[in-house]
Ligand binder design. Sequence first.
Ligand SMILES: [Zn+2]
Length: 182
Amino acid sequence: MALRNITIRGDEILTKKCKTIKAITPRICELAADMGETMLAADGVGIAAPQVGVMKRMFLAMPHVDAEDEETRNKIYVMINPEITYREGTQESSEGCLSVPGYMGLVDRPEKIRIKGTDLDGIEHEYEFEGFEATVFCHEYDHLDGILYPDIAKEMMTAEEYAKRLEEAKAEHAGEAAAAQE
Ligand SMILES: [Zn+2]
């Protein structure tokens, strides 16, 4: 396994439609392992092949960040030739991207999705996700079609601005709670 360089916004490869994977070769398995290592090293919860410079339809996602048990929290899904088969509702998500360092954005995403894809053993799975987990899968899926979240964001801000807003929202919430107790 090896760390790969993460492609940064401005690189043409991030704007292209990726190609279907025809066979799960040892090279694809190696690519998946490298992507996993690169994602973990960069503290990401998802990574798509074009983010390491490979125009193939595969991404990894580690979406259960709030799960209580460690096994679920550390579960990494490998999605080869994924397809979103169902979308329902809308949620506003706050997103960042390993290819767009230093920024955050607000994006309208489906609240609930179903997505199918093949794993490294060639087995097809269909999953249902909602909330943050659905956002992670939609974000990674978009990478395979050359879409970066800033292309579809309602609002962009720097990571500092975002952190400040979170603090303000927390303070406001604490104020409300205090007021409610009175
Ligand atoms: Zn991304």
